[in-house]
Design a protein around this ligand. Sequence first.
Ligand code: ACO
Length: 436
Amino acid sequence: MSEKSTQLSPEKALLEAKGKNYKLPIYDGTLGPDVIDVRSLSGAGTFTYDPGFVSTAACESKITFIDGENGILLYRGYPISELAAHSDYMEVCYLLMNGELPNQTEKDTFIATIKNHTMVHDQMATFFKGFRRDAHPMAIMVGVVGALSAFYHDSLDIKNPEHREIAAFRLVAKMPTIAAMCYNYSIGLPFMFPLNRLSYAGNFIHMMFDTPCDEPREPNPVIEKAMDRIFMLHADHEQNASTSTVRMAGSSGANPFACIAAGIAALWGPAHGGANEAVVNMLEDIGDVSNIPKYVARAKDKDDDFRLMGFGHRVYKNYDPRAKVMRETCHEVLKELGNGNDRLFETALELERIALEDEYFIAKKLYPNVDFYSGIILRAIGIPSNMFTVIFALSRCVGWISHWNEMIGDPQLRIARPRQLYTGPVQREYVPITKR
Ligand code: ACO
């Protein structure tokens, strides 16, 4: 992969629209496609039109790079496969937040700081009681994370980089505690306090599965590593729907905890973070490998809105590099737990094999994405499917807050305010109700 060196390209993009000519600047990123700067068009009475932001770079960022054609994902320049093999979630959090990998002292200090913030204010517990016992844990999480803004609003000056950093520490540290509280509340068990002698992933497993009646169990190292990898692989993914939502909400200067709650809401949908829950439901529906051709046929049928969940991606037109790591982790976890013949995993492997050989999926470049295997791992660990997206939110929080911080720290920040192609009625006169 060659690295480009300049920012402003000597070339210009020429646009002719309705008899007017425009010379638009072009920027080169260090990697990836060039970007045409269309900002001058608004003053000239013309907008660009790009629903779903398919061809639009909404911001400049130094955090994460994806090359979808070649299946490459870099966090601050480091390939995800190398990070998954040699690093861990705490190191990745440091990297995303600070731009560089930590040395040992920096890492130890970072972990100690995170551990300092793992507890939530005791009053937070009362928020949970306002939710129906059977509420979806994502519904609870949106509300409770948004409510953090009530605890840390007056003391937070978003223009102050140190305040922004403390907000990031708080979020990364408290997300596992809140996620486990969402789970325990939904099954009627008491909330568990964090156990700071454990690792980040180990502590989450402890808060999910230990109870106050028994001594805390030592987390199984294979499960702990798998959980840490799930966190790592979901930590960031450049300007996806939820991250863009956090940026959009944050561009008005809103409280960061409220912005993260907005990101959680965007993540919830089945086209985004809700997909791993949908994958497990789909594999359960398929039931047996003999039914796969029927479901593949449905996915290809234009008159059927069924899609193969966990397949396809807006950016990846090749195998999602995270799905490869997930597949390996899936093997490790199922072997450790003694269910190497897991029916769902067998169905997933066979579905992947059939789809990857099918002309429809080849032509549309539809490959398994990160969510295709993550749900199987989580299910094997004993996590119910309605918690899958909560775990995604927990993992992605560091990405969201790193993007928010990058945006707020940018002196050129402007409120995000897209325009539109208006196709409604032209101006008309109001008609009183008696005359309609
Ligand atoms: N199964 C069957 N066909 C599919 C699938 C699928 N999973 N995904 C896309 N297609 C088809 C579409 O029908 C469309 O066909 P057409 O060109 O004939 O109309 C074509 O491929 C392009 O699909 P779009 O929906 O236009 O692609 P887009 O980039 O907008 O959507 C998305 C990407 C939402 C991820 C889509 O592939 C999808 O719905 N996948 C299933 C849900 C999923 O796994 N989401 C997780 C994404 S990863 C993440 O958020 C962590």
